[in-house]
Write a protein that binds this ligand. Structure first.
Ligand code: IPE
Ligand code: IPE
Ligand code: MG
Length: 262
């Protein structure tokens, strides 16, 4: 972590810097993936329309991106909109797309300044063209950045991602005259939308739901899962730091035995 990043972190409020001090910066999760859930419930509890929850969630996105980049996380993947989310009322979908544009308009300069490279995981076709245009501009602007990769899963389905990967592999096999005889794990990983990135070490889901909702099914094979009852709009830098701290206390066994052989 650069001294600039460290001083930015130290400048945070006391409870937060306490958490930072406990984190082992040498053992950070390299890739954090987040299912940002509970915007609707957050709003309902306040007798507000669901879209107010989505609006409030944008601040949590801002804080999460900032702290992950300051800590030096390699990749952050945020689940913003699933292929199943098209089932929602049109006005909610329109609001979500509008909020994405607003987020880019307000945050792109800061993202770029922090050397963050934006990537979109998911299919563009169904996304309204004006949103696509903004996204493409943002992708282009940040394409050469060398800091944290910020993946936004948009119109995303993990099953579609796998089907896409298998089809790409089939194409490649045909191109080389069907000389390839078998598919390997490495080939699949190389054709996923997340190719080139480490698999998520830490998967966070807010609002207490215990499911993966078609998110990164291949990549989370050995991710540590951290679920909080907190709804996404109330998720702060402190929650993220706590999740990392808890992650660092876990023993990752990958099917083997623990450190003490038990
Ligand atoms: C997450 O919050 C945002 C998206 C899925 C786009 P929800 O809108 O799913 O909130 P709940 O689950 O209804 O509370
Ligand atoms: C998952 O949340 C998708 C996103 C966070 C974008 P959902 O709210 O759509 O998931 P389910 O319907 O509860 O499984
Ligand atoms: Mg939900």
């Amino acid at each position: 972590m650069s001294s600039l990043q460290l001083s930015a972190l130290r400048g945070t409020e006391e409870a937060e810097s306490d958490l930072v001090a406990q984190i082992d910066l040498a053992r950070l999760p390299r890739h954090i993936a987040i299912i940002m859930d509970g915007n609707g419930r957050w709003a309902r509890r306040r007798r507000l329309p669901r879209i107010a929850g989505h609006r409030a969630g944008a601040q949590a996105v801002r804080e999460t991106v900032e702290i992950c980049s300051q800590l030096g996380v390699t990749a952050l993947t945020l689940y913003a909109f699933s292929t199943e989310n098209w089932k929602r009322p049109q006005n909610e979908i329109d609001t979500l797309m509008g909020l994405l544009r607003e987020y880019l308009r307000k945050e792109l300069a800061e993202i770029h300044r922090n050397n963050i490279r934006l990537q979109i995981l998911g299919h563009y076709e169904q996304i309204p063209p004006e949103v696509c245009q903004d996204l493409e501009d943002a992708l282009q602007q940040t394409a050469q950045n060398t800091g944290m990769v910020l993946n936004v899963a948009l119109n995303y389905s993990a099953r579609t991602e796998l089907v896409d990967a298998f089809n790409a592999i089939l194409d490649r096999m045909r191109d080389n005259g069907n000389r390839t005889r078998e598919i390997t794990e490495q080939m699949i990983a190389e054709h996923l939308y997340t190719r080139g990135l480490p698999d998520p070490d830490l998967l966070i889901r807010t609002s207490g739901e215990m499911r993966v909702s078609n998110f990164l099914l291949w990549q989370i094979a050995y991710a540590e899962i951290w679920v909080t009852e907190t709804c996404w709009p109330d998720f702060t830098r402190r929650h993220l730091l706590q999740a990392i701290l808890d992650f660092q206390k876990r023993e990752r066994r990958y099917g083997g035995l623990g450190h003490n052989g038990a």
